[in-house]
Design a protein. Structure first.
Length: 172
């Protein structure tokens, strides 16, 4: 692996684990991997108008408690990840935390997922953020049809053979 590959947190250069020797997509066999405690944290943001920020900080939006709905949708999204992402393994999630916070520039979402299993929970954390963002858009669309989800990304992962990975500061 090159130093650039290590710095970016990618796997071996030129090797995609979800593709077989003929180029066909495949589900990776993880049965020989050790069960370890694994965590992942992802984040993203929903850009909304100042009127939506004001409504979320004040009397709320017409559909109800948008923050609670987004938080619950994120948890449900994490639980349904293998149903949405074709090559994800169904794993036992032992914990999902979704934090939704209204800030001046929109709604910030942070999800942390935990398991003790043979494969990681990165996709579950990313899916939690994406689904929470979609739910937020659904809750505020009557006030802001231009709301958009931006900057969904993995911040950190722990556990497994590759250990801990943290997104470099310049990418946060």
């Amino acid at each position: 692996m090159t130093d650039a590959g290590r710095a970016r947190g990618s796997g071996p250069v030129g090797r995609l684990t979800h593709v077989d020797e003929h180029g066909a997509a495949r589900m990776v066999d993880v049965s020989a991997k050790d069960v370890t405690v694994r965590t992942a944290t992802a984040t993203g943001r929903v850009r909304v108008s100042p009127a939506v920020v004001e409504a979320l900080r004040g009397d709320g939006v017409p559909k109800g408690d948008a923050l609670a709905v987004a938080r619950l949708a994120g948890i449900q999204g994490a639980k349904r990840t293998p149903d949405l992402i074709p090559l994800c393994h169904p794993i036992a999630l032992h914990g999902v935390e979704v934090d939704v916070e209204v800030q001046d520039d929109g709604v910030h979402i942070r999800a942390t997922t935990r398991t003790a299993d043979r494969t990681g929970v990165e996709m579950e954390a990313l899916t939690a953020v994406a689904v929470a963002g979609l739910a937020m858009i659904d809750m505020v669309k009557a006030l802001d049809r231009t709301a958009s989800i931006v900057d969904i990304r993995l911040l950190e992962k722990t556990g497994g053979r590759s250990g801990t990975w943290v997104r470099p500061e310049e990418d946060t």
